[in-house]
Design a protein around this ligand. Structure first.
Ligand code: AHR
Length: 659
């Protein structure tokens, strides 16, 4: 990063003209006469995984933790002050009523024997974020034995137990019935709790106790958190990869992600432990479970909402190799392969097909137009290749147009990577997923990674990457500016190689301030607020300025990939009729650049968007969420070469209209 060419030597007057440049000026040539490759609409996308409370406690706006009492400790998240008179009942032949279903066996039986004020309290996901004057939708299932309980009182309480919202329900039936009510919060509170009390004496059974803000993304009932989806939408992402990540694989095969268990009625979606719950000793989150309220239907719907191609990744019959590495024998792979085939039918099949009908019954008769499917997440070794072949054969036989994503393992190089690449090339794999969690220096030094990739070989999906300020998955990693601008430097290399790199995504996407396991993450949130890290804004700059056609930008005939700590890429946007140049200066001082543009006539005023911060350790925070955000200004086009001063540690996007 040290800028070693900063000896001042000016060969012309202080007035910079288009014909006279400073001796340190880097002269770049942009050739707009020819398109090197088309930029894929999927070039910059999103990787979503339910890690760091990204789904339950995050994107999925449910505020009650353990709403169905199905956590391993059934009262986790619930408190019962003043009493021991609530019990947990499981389905049993004789009990009346019986539990909701085989997938939801527990419910809470409350017995009120006197009027001492029994209460059930739910703590939410490290508290509940409520906003003054916002409305909250409460619902539950109840079976009121002999109509003994006259009223259920539902209250939001603040950290001092003051009531800040209240509503009530009159439970009428002794059979399981649905009840709902709405309340308005009278105060903003980040750590609210829900309190349930009862009038009358007797027994009542409760299940699926739920609370959602009314104000969700697209106002969907019991939907997704609006501020978080907005951040995703603002990225204009080309695709949405889901549901992970290692969560796809499971620590064992039985706790792999099974998409079929994530669709249909929410109360039928069997809750299970989230694999990130106990993954890291330094960050245990024993209260992390998956309710699957955000399941595959919702992922497809979210993809559609944000204009992204859906990209589901499925288990290939291998559990996480960092955990058990359990293998489904090759002759027992059928159910795994069938899951993939059925998923394509679920997404695209006519409403007359079995899975297409389920999609339609869930409210989406139209196809989701699935084009990609991933086989395995981050597997390695011959066992993976053997399983990939089986999936490839079956998927291509039935759905020849579906593009299959294969994986190259957890590292960008080394034995596993080399083996996978060699084998996948032999198999003519279409799209290979690469992962790299490396130092900022690695990102700066590898901006040329794809320059020599075989243009006729598999296309690349840089499916998980992020600069790690300390080391891979280290809890002290920060989303600092050095990481972000180093990723930007690297991304000029992704863009320059758009001929071979078709999809890219930062990972992981989201983290809850009080409940994360992995850092760095692109978006941070708590129960009230959210913000994009500097890395988010780097991603957004590239994604919203990706253009349609790759152009060449060179210094002395060579790509700019770190010479003088400078990086560059250029595209044309045929729709907006713009030339877009991205320039990254990773040096500790400003540098001058002169752009010699061939083959395009420009207007007079253009736009320059800049992301810059003076210190490498700077970062966005809840206290200062916009510290590092893009600033847009007008840029005056000069005759001849365009002169630009690139501040130290900066990412610049120059947008020039063609006339
Ligand atoms: O992004 C976090 C994890 O990193 C993913 O789950 C996994 O694929 C990778 O190892």
């Amino acid at each position: 990063m040290k800028n070693n060419i900063r000896t001042k030597f000016t060969i012309c007057s202080l007035l910079l003209s288009s014909f006279c440049v400073n001796a340190q000026t880097t002269i770049l040539e942009v050739d707009a006469t020819k398109t090197i490759a088309k930029i894929q609409p999927t070039m910059f996308g999103l990787f979503f995984e339910d890690i760091n409370f990204a789904a339950d406690g995050g994107l999925y706006a449910e505020m009650i933790k353990n709403r169905s009492f199905e956590f391993d400790k059934p009262f986790m998240g619930w408190d019962q002050p003043n009493t021991k008179r609530s019990s947990l009942n499981k389905e049993s032949g004789s009990a009346t009523p019986i539990s909701l279903s085989a997938n939801n066996t527990n419910f809470c039986r409350v017995e009120i024997n006197n009027d001492q004020g029994f209460a059930l309290l739910n703590e939410g996901f490290r508290g509940m974020g409520v906003k003054r004057e916002a409305k909250y939708n409460f619902s539950l299932k109840a079976a009121n034995h002999n109509s003994a309980i006259k009223k259920i009182i539902i209250q939001l309480i603040d950290k001092d137990h003051k009531v800040i919202g209240e509503t009530g329900i009159v439970p009428k039936s002794d059979q399981w019935s649905n009840y709902s009510a709405q309340m308005t919060a009278t105060q903003t509170e980040a750590k609210a709790k829900l309190k349930i009390t009862f009038e009358g004496t007797g027994t009542i059974d409760l299940d699926m106790i739920s609370l959602f803000p009314e104000d969700t993304w697209k106002n969907r009932k019991n939907g997704l958190r609006k501020d978080l989806v907005q951040l995703l939408y603002d990225m204009k992402p080309g695709f949405l990869r889901f549901p992970g990540g290692c969560i796809v694989e499971g620590r064992t095969l039985s706790d792999r992600y099974q998409w079929k268990k994530s669709v249909g009625n929410v109360e039928e979606r069997k809750t299970m432990m989230n694999r990130w719950n106990v993954e890291f000793n330094h960050k245990q989150t024993p209260d992390y479970f998956q309710s699957f309220g955000l399941g595959f239907f919702e992922y497809f719907q979210l993809s559609e909402d944000i204009g992204a191609e859906p990209l589901p990744i499925l288990s290939c019959g291998m559990a996480c190799q960092y955990n058990t590495g359990e293998l489904a024998p090759l002759n027992e792979l059928d159910p795994y392969v069938q899951d993939a085939l059925d998923l394509i039918e679920f997404a695209n099949g006519a409403v007359t097909t079995s899975w297409g009908k389920i999609r339609s019954d869930m409210g989406h008769p139209k196809s989701f137009n699935l084009k990609y499917i991933g086989v395995g997440n981050e597997q390695w070794g011959p066992d993976y290749i053997d399983r990939y072949k089986v999936f490839e054969k079956a998927i291509k036989a039935k759905y020849p147009d579906i593009i299959i994503v294969s994986g190259s393992g957890p590292s960008p190089d080394g034995e596993h990577f080399d083996f996978a690449m060699q084998e996948l090339k032999k198999l003519n794999a279409e799209l290979v997923d690469e992962h790299y969690y490396q130092s900022p220096k690695w990102f700066r030094e590898n901006a040329g990674r794809y320059d020599n990739y075989d243009r006729k070989g598999p296309k690349i999906f840089a499916g998980e990457y992020a600069a790690q300020s300390v080391s891979g998955a280290n809890p002290n990693n920060r989303n600092n500016w050095e990481c972000a601008f180093s990723e930007a430097a690297f991304m000029t290399g992704l863009e320059r190689n758009a001929e071979v790199v078709h999809l890219t995504s930062y990972a992981p996407l989201m983290a809850h301030e009080d409940a994360w396991q992995w850092t760095p993450d692109m978006i941070w949130f708590n129960n009230l607020e959210s913000y994009g890290s500097a890395n988010y804004y780097v991603q957004q700059l590239f994604s919203t300025n990706k253009g349609t056609d790759l152009l060449s930008i060179t210094k002395d005939g060579k790509p700019l990939k770190g010479q003088n700590d400078l990086y560059a890429s250029a595209v044309k946007d045929a729709d907006s009729k713009e030339i877009i140049v991205k320039l990254v200066n990773t040096a500790e001082s400003a540098q001058d650049v002169s752009l010699d543009l061939k083959g395009a006539k420009l207007g007079s005023k253009e736009t320059i968007i800049r992301l810059v911060s003076p210190n490498t350790q700077d970062e966005n925070t809840f206290a200062d969420p916009k510290k590092i955000t893009p600033k847009q200004s007008e840029y005056k086009i000069t005759k001849g070469n365009q002169q630009l001063n690139l501040p130290a540690y900066s990412v610049t996007v120059l947008k020039m209209k063609m006339i």
